[in-house]
Design a protein around this ligand. Structure first.
Ligand code: ASN
Length: 322
């Protein structure tokens, strides 16, 4: 029996076209809406155009709207899986947001394109067909939120955009893809280790993300206090170190009760308290900086924001990041 898939469009290059002057722009008539025939050979569809936005215009509030749209639609309809088309620039953030804020057994699959609908070698419809195949497959159940692009399956936790323009832009640097999509198979070679779920209904708490660099001064970090941020994520150096000049600012943030979470700006490996010199990870740990294991800066920022906005009870930030 044919499966039923909820297909939600949010915009991005997959829904855009190249105009005569060579600029890639959003289309008022989403070209994907004309592709239903190809998709209905795979699954019955419920198709919704939620937004038509370039993904740099997507905010966490929009991600929450999207999450609520999925949950509300599933209350009224029986479906086997969900596919979301999305711009690639922030696709990994929406995918990770949904990973943390949904707890469904059915697959939620995000896909996009690097070439717009009327460009030579357009990859959008191909990726969409694969995403619908994955969303309607039994193998994809209980695997968390997935990203399907360019014949690969990635987990929302590890996937990141690695190239500005290549169709193989999405990679999972630490652990590799979860699997492959071939013409005939959906093949998982590994499964996510754990799944987390956090109940959020609003996003009032603000979290800032700072990339640490050689010679950084403390002034930028002070702005997080002045602008009343509720949490700060630092993308630190190497195994999790910072220049000594920003230590007083980190101390001040912690004194103000603003949690400071540290990840590495390296995209492989884990930030940890190894170095005992001034600004080294060991010293940061002793000061109360919390190390996030293996997440990128943008994902740790979303996780802290979601945690601080949790509905039921305040989180213990340290435990939340273990
Ligand atoms: N390939 C893409 O989708 C990039 C585009 N700028 C977006 O994220 O909306």
């Amino acid at each position: 029996m044919k499966k039923k898939v909820l297909l939600i469009h949010t915009g991005g290059t997959i829904s855009m076209h190249m105009s005569e002057d060579g600029g890639v722009i959003p289309d008022t008539n989403n070209p994907l809406m004309q592709e239903s025939k190809k998709l209905e050979m795979i699954a019955d569809l419920i198709e919704i155009e939620a937004f038509n936005l370039p993904s740099p215009h997507i905010t966490p509030k929009k991600m929450l709207e999207l999450r609520n749209l999925i949950i509300d639609t599933l209350k009224k309809n029986t479906v086997d899986g969900v596919v979301i088309t999305h711009g690639t620039d922030t696709l990994e953030e929406t995918a990770y947001f949904l990973e943390l804020t949904t707890n469904l057994e059915m697959p939620i699959v995000l896909t996009g394109a690097m070439r717009s609908s009327n460009e030579l070698g357009a990859d959008g419809v191909y990726n969409l067909v694969e995403a619908v195949r994955v969303a309607s497959s039994d193998q994809a159940r209980n695997k968390g939120v997935l990203v399907v692009m360019n014949d690969e399956l990635h987990s929302a936790v590890n996937v990141t955009k690695t190239s500005t323009s290549s169709v193989s832009t999405f990679q999972s640097p630490q652990y590799g893809p979860l699997g492959l999509v071939t013409k005939t198979l959906i093949h998982f070679q590994q499964a996510p280790m754990k799944r987390e779920y956090v109940e959020v209904n609003s996003l009032d708490k603000k979290v800032a993300l700072f990339k640490i660099y050689a010679g950084m001064d403390a002034d930028l970090l002070h702005s997080a206090i002045d602008c009343q941020y509720d949490g700060v994520v630092l993308e630190g150096l190497g195994q999790g170190n910072v220049p000594p000049a920003i230590l007083p600012a980190i101390e001040k943030l912690i004194q103000h009760g603003i949690p400071v979470v540290l990840v590495s700006r390296c995209f492989n490996g884990i930030a940890q308290g190894v170095y005992g010199y001034e600004g080294g990870g060991k010293m940061l740990e002793d000061m109360g900086v919390i190390f996030a294991t293996g997440l990128s800066g943008q994902k740790a920022r979303l996780k802290l924001m979601i945690g601080l906005n949790q509905e039921v009870k305040p989180i213990n930030v340290k435990k939340f990041f273990i």
